[in-house]
Design a protein around this ligand. Structure first.
Ligand code: FMN
Ligand code: 173
Length: 381
């Protein structure tokens, strides 16, 4: 006799969090519309933001079977440290809108999972407070994100403060001479909430909210930037690694090499800057080829699962970063939420390695992937 199977109904107020999309839904239920749209939106027609995730789907995994995966190691050497797995948290501004402890909560969760955090210049806590929050947990070393600023003395203060408290690198965000077109901010008249601090920019939210996001950005950010003006200057004021965030072409990877940068993050800013740029996973191969092993290549944009991390590594990235998943988790449950997000991606990536027959990061290669063709067999890379 077949036993009657009773499915357990979960009340709608309770969210079972098993995936990144569960975190996205849980955050959407908590955040006011204007803030949710600010975090989630891409620019203009939302093409690139959607492409970023969808582009992963054409790659299929080629698992090797009957391999001993009882001793799988996910650890990776990234920015001079051994981290638990090759996934870190991208710099994203104004995290205190998602949770009162904002970047402090993100920093603690990253340290507990032993991965790096990128600290936005638009953070609501200072780099000193954010690094202090993680120091007692793990000597992980975070990354300070900077823009090319009109006020070079202020930009230098940000960099010096970050170096002083143990940051291991700076990410110069190079894809934002001006902000992308974000209709949601105009439709919702998005302003940063009152009472927040912007200690790296040395501003209060009263100063920032006086303007739209776009206008306040124009106020401090420099569009008068160039490789020759930025990189030698950055090298002259810091011993931290210098990375360029927002590269999408082989040409710019070659320039990053020529200017002696330590690495590039292949990024389209989560589809928030120039809409119509390629999905980052589609820009990655040409960037890896141009890097030719001479500088490091990381990637962010649309990474939502362990399989996505695996695919990016198979295509030559050393490490992946996630932006929105951290914001959604913060909104859902602060530090515990971000910890849940990192744990989901960690266990998913580990399981993906085991199911594809990979025991270490070095085992992940192009031969682990194929490209789905509409009518026909899988194409080998
Ligand atoms: C709400 C939000 C704020 C962001 N703020 C910054 C920032 O201050 N500096 C920066 O370089 N990138 C910023 N980014 C871009 C992220 O660093 C990252 O490139 C992007 O979020 C990755 O895509 P994903 O969100 O699909 O993972 C921001 C992204 C979001 C969604
Ligand atoms: O919105 C963004 O993508 C971004 O980079 C940013 C810039 C200023 C404040 C907050 C986020």
């Amino acid at each position: 006799m077949v036993e009657k199977f009773e499915s357990k109904r979960v009340p709608p107020s309770e969210h079972i969090i098993l995936s990144i999309s569960d975190l996205q839904s849980a955050a959407a239920a908590k955040l006011p519309t204007g803030i949710r749209d600010f975090y989630n939106s891409g620019s203009t027609d939302q093409i690139t933001v959607l492409d970023n995730s969808n582009a992963y789907k054409k790659y299929k995994l080629r698992p090797r079977v009957l391999r001993d995966v009882s001793n799988v190691s996910t650890s990776a050497s990234v920015l001079g440290k051994t981290i638990d797995f090759p996934l870190c948290v991208s710099p994203a501004g104004i995290q205190a809108m998602a949770h009162p402890l904002g970047e402090l909560a993100t920093s603690r969760a990253c340290a507990k999972r032993n991965v790096h955090m990128g600290i936005s210049s638009f953070s609501n806590y200072s780099v000193e407070e954010i690094c202090e929050a993680s120091r007692a947990i793990a000597p992980i070393g975070h990354v300070m994100q900077v823009y090319s600023m009109k006020d070079r003395a202020k930009q230098e203060r940000i960099i010096k403060r970050a170096e002083q408290v143990g940051c291991v690198a700076i990410f110069l965000t190079a894809d934002s001479p001006v902000l992308g077109v974000r209709y949601n901010e105009h439709r919702n008249d998005f302003r940063t909430p009152a009472g927040l601090a912007f200690p790296m920019l040395e501003k209060t939210s009263e100063m920032i909210r006086a303007d739209t996001h776009d206008a306040s950005f124009v106020g401090f950010n420099s569009d008068y930037h160039s490789w020759a003006r930025e990189i030698p200057w950055l090298r002259s004021i810091t011993k931290m690694q210098v990375w360029i965030k927002g590269v999408l072409t082989a040409e710019d990877v070659l320039l990053a090499r020529e200017y002696g940068c330590d690495g590039v993050v292949v990024s389209n800013h989560g589809g928030r800057q120039l809409d119509g740029t390629p999905a980052t996973i589609d820009a990655l191969p040409e960037c890896v080829e141009a890097a030719a092993g001479q500088i490091r290549v990381h990637i962010d944009g649309g990474i939502r699962s362990g399989q996505d991390i695996f695919k990016a590594l198979a295509l030559g990235a050393e490490c992946c970063w996630v932006g929105r998943p951290a914001i959604w988790s913060l909104a859902y449950d602060g530090e515990a939420g971000v910890r849940t997000m990192l744990d989901i991606l960690y266990t998913d990536f580990r399981r993906c390695m085991q199911l594809t027959g990979c025991s270490s990061i070095a085992d992940i290669s192009k031969s682990s992937l194929g490209i789905a063709r509409k009518d026909g067999p899988l194409a080998r890379l």
